[in-house]
Design a protein around this ligand. Structure first.
Ligand code: ADP
Ligand code: MG
Length: 350
């Protein structure tokens, strides 16, 4: 059964914009006035706020790189590298092949490698092979299909991060070829990196901004935040844990960070309703259904935005008890769980 929703409603656009502005409100009180570049990528509002009196061309140049990264990681853009990888797998599946190898660019290799490492340590709570289910639900689009139990079981039997293996390969004499490769045991898999791509890209943009001499900035990819350095007055940036409701700009808690990333995953960010049931975009790989773990949102603070992004998605799937136990073994990671009663439960390494 299908239902239609607007691709990006005006209301949602305003809500996204509000979350960008809210951040500026919180962080823009450090003396020097901020410069902001705003754009639209990954179906969301993105911005770079910087305080150095830098040539704005340098920041614009980095902002323009977003398109380059979108053309690597998008599952749905027919021009992206990931799309081409999935298309090759689908072709191989048609031919009844197994153990199919595909070359990868350095960025796609690094991101997938990290995704698989974390799939292992989160015991599969993070799983980059859920693309076929995500195609059906189509959270970012308009044609939402809720798979039947039989469909879910059938698709899940072909999913699983254990079926992917990344490797560095030497291709003597062929310098044009990508030096990295992915081997997929079951090519019916559709790869999706939506749970970590923005984090990975934020880390890359940070490197690029620093190379341009920017030493104080905020990269905001649809609420996925990464701050470079501290505010110009030397104080940390203030960040808010938003009330987990669509369009809300109210903070339930605030915290301060320097040179770190804060990423939130929540059931309120991307969802649709069908027959009175709400389906949100973070799937439990064990069931193929939206994860129901008693949480509304999880915010993870970590040095690396890719890690914060992966863990916020993973912790949302795990629920607070399991994720809290996981956190015990992490150094340098803070977590803010918002439960269904809107309590904020903090796990901080002080
Ligand atoms: P956002 O996309 O809003 O930044 P997340 O980082 O939590 O939020 O990522 C959710 C996205 O991750 C989904 O849209 C989907 O692409 C993908 N995804 C959903 N469930 C999982 C999962 N269990 N493991 C890995 N990726 C997932
Ligand atoms: Mg994530």
């Amino acid at each position: 059964m299908m239902v239609k929703t607007q691709l990006l409603s005006f209301r949602r656009f305003c809500a996204l914009l509000a979350s960008v502005l809210l951040l500026l409100l919180l962080s823009g009180c450090g003396g020097a006035s901020p410069h902001v570049r705003t754009g639209f990528a990954f179906d969301t509002v993105v911005s770079i706020t910087y305080y150095d009196n830098k040539d704005s061309g340098a920041v614009t140049k980095v902002m323009d790189r977003l398109e380059y990264y979108e053309k690597i990681f998008s599952r749905t853009d027919p021009e992206s590298e990931l799309y081409a990888v999935n298309a090759r797998l689908a072709e191989a599946a048609e031919q009844g092949l197994y153990n199919v190898s595909v070359p990868l660019s350095a960025d796609l290799y690094r991101a997938l490698h990290l995704a698989l490492d974390y799939a292992e340590i989160t015991e599969g709570a993070f799983d980059p092979t859920l693309g076929k289910l995500l195609e059906l639900y189509d959270f970012g689009g308009t044609e939402h299909t809720v798979p039947t139990e039989a469909q879910r079981e059938d698709i899940l039997s072909h999913c699983g991060w254990q079926k992917l293996e990344t490797a560095e390969v030497s291709r003597a004499g062929d310098v044009s070829a990508y030096p990295y490769q992915l081997t997929v045991a079951d090519p019916q898999i559709v790869i999706d990196l939506g749970g970590m791509a923005k984090g990975y890209i934020a880390d890359r943009l940070k490197e690029e901004l620093k190379a341009e001499g920017v030493s104080s900035a905020i990269i905001n990819l649809g609420g996925n935040l990464l701050v470079i350095g501290s505010k110009p007055d030397g104080k940390p940036y203030a960040i808010g844990v938003l009330k987990p409701e669509a369009g809300s700009s109210e903070n339930l808690a605030t915290f301060r960070i320097t040179d770190a990333s804060a990423v939130t995953s929540g059931s309120y960010q991307r969802f649709f309703e069908q027959d009175g049931v709400t389906y949100h975009h973070i799937l439990d790989p064990a069931t193929g259904l939206p994860a129901e773990s008693g949480l509304k949102s999880v915010t993870v603070v970590a040095k690396s935005s890719a890690v914060a992004d992966i863990l916020s998605t993973s912790f949302f799937v795990m629920g607070e008890a399991k994720a809290g136990a996981f956190w015990e073994n992490c150094t340098d990671i803070d977590v803010y769980f918002v439960d269904e009663a809107l309590n904020v439960n903090k796990y901080l390494h002080e």
